[in-house]
Design a protein around this ligand. Structure first.
Ligand code: XUL
Ligand code: CO
Length: 445
């Protein structure tokens, strides 16, 4: 399959993608996503803040470990030699797709937007110059930047990491990329700046000094935060946890690990997390666990929305189309107070056999609709306080009397023990009613 034609030609027969209601059988229509519909005090568009990403959508050629490219996008071919012409073509397509699917945000890595130059200076100049074109497209279409990031993992210089590299020159090279990517994000009015530790981790301890690498990463993040304040960027800085792949042990394993790291380097008030579904699964967690944990630790920022395969141990980055999973995700997002500067970024790629350009539309529409269905179900569940009431009842012993005194620090370990022994306290198990609650959740789908 070749996409050598522009999407605007390939999509010319696609009618407007719009909300058609729950009975619609048209896969290019929304059954639930109705951007202006109010859900509680916000519209659906305000709740969801969907974003389309450059990398999986336009940069990936469809290759995998065993197979070559499938998607022959014109900007991936050598037929166009002018770097800026390629970059413009790519930008035109991402904005076109965002508009067609009513996706209000987009996201990029520096190298997705425009190819790296021959020198660090040339790379910086290219991105800075091209950002004027992105700004023009943003103004023309109204599509906004959810976040920018730097790709500090693909080039071979980063094979032993970026900030955690044994060579300070690699750390410095990454600093050059991050400075520019963050400044361009700021110029484009981006709401967040993301750092995914692409190769910040290790494969064998035989050649690795963990303490040294952690200190380097702590320094890197502190410098990023300092620069953010220096340039007056008001967006959030987000770290994206992932437990493994490409390295065997990624340092940003999961939300709790990232929090420990932030705490150690005094950054817990400065940096939040961008949580990705497939990364949560690889860490042995559910997505809702990661969101609830980030909320509990007060570092919830944004979401990379996708789905993993529970039978495979790698990052499949599938489109999220499971309504129950989306309901659970949206429930904990609502519990965390909703997405503020964050959004739902489709960090998702087509399956290799979905090789028709229209599959991009089917995939995003299915994902957005599952998300919107999840929002409606989660909102109703929250409004009826089904889980909240059960949970408050379950923990009510801590709100008064003995429980309150323990938490309030009024009693020593010996005081507590004495009370148990003197008053013959002998607690009996109380049902956690898991199956009943699972059944209740299903009633809200
Ligand atoms: C990799 C991943 C990245 C980040 C941005 O697994 O999720 O695409 O989201 O670097
Ligand atoms: Co991601």
């Amino acid at each position: 399959m070749t996409f050598s034609k522009h999407f605007k030609d390939l999509f010319k027969d696609v009618p407007e993608i719009s909300y058609k209601g729950v009975d619609s059988k048209d896969p290019l229509s929304f059954r639930y996503y109705n951007p202006d519909q109010k859900v509680g005090d916000k519209t659906m568009a305000e709740h969801m803040r969907f974003a389309i990403c450059y990398w999986h959508t336009l940069n990936w050629s469809g290759n995998d470990m065993f197979g070559s490219e499938i998607f022959s996008h014109p900007w991936l071919s050598n037929d166009i030699s002018d770097i800026f012409e390629k970059a413009e073509l790519k930008a035109d397509h991402i904005f076109q797709m965002a508009q067609m699917m009513k996706i209000p945000f987009y996201a990029w890595h520096d190298r997705d937007v425009i190819a790296e130059g021959d020198t660090p200076k040339e790379s910086v100049e290219r991105l800075v110059k091209f950002s004027d074109y992105l700004l023009k497209k943003q103004e023309e279409t109204g599509v906004k930047l959810l976040w920018g990031t730097a790709n500090a993992f693909s080039n071979k210089r980063y094979s032993a990491g970026a900030g955690s590299n044994p060579n300070p020159e690699v750390f410095a090279f990454a600093a050059s990329q991050v400075r520019t990517a963050m400044e361009v994000t700021h110029k484009l009015g981006g709401d967040n700046y993301v750092l995914w530790g692409g190769r910040e981790g290790y494969d064998t301890l035989l050649n690795t000094n963990i303490a040294q690498e952690q200190d380097q990463l702590g320094k890197f993040m502190s410098l990023v935060v300092e620069h953010k304040h220096k340039i007056g960027f008001k967006g959030d800085i987000l770290i994206e946890p992932k437990p493994k792949e490409p390295t065997k042990h990624q340092y940003d394993f999961d939300v709790a690990t990232v929090y420990g790291f932030l705490k150690k380097y005094g950054l817990e008030k400065e940096i939040k997390v961008n949580i990705e579904t497939n990364h949560a699964i690889l860490a042995g967690h559910t997505m809702e666990h990661e969101i609830a944990m980030a909320d509990a630790l007060d570092i919830f920022g944004s979401i990379d929305i996708n789905a993993g395969d529970y039978l495979l141990g790698w990052d499949t980055d599938q489109f999220p189309t499971d309504d129950l999973d989306m309901t659970k995700m949206m429930y904990y997002i609502l519990k965390a107070g909703g997405l503020k500067k964050g959004g739902l970024n489709f960090d998702a790629k087509l399956r290799r056999q979905s090789c028709d350009v229209k599959d991009y539309l089917y995939a995003h529409v299915a994902g957005m609709d599952a998300g919107a269905h999840g929002l409606l179900s989660a909102h109703a569940l929250l409004k009826d306080k089904v889980l909240d009431n059960f949970i408050s009842e379950r923990y009510k012993g801590w709100q008064s009397g003995f429980g309150k005194d323990i938490l309030g620090g009024k009693l020593s370990l010996a005081d507590i023990a004495d009370k148990v022994e003197n008053e013959n306290i002998n607690p009996q198990p109380v049902s956690g009613r898991q199956e009943m609650l699972e059944g209740m959740l299903n009633r809200y789908l």
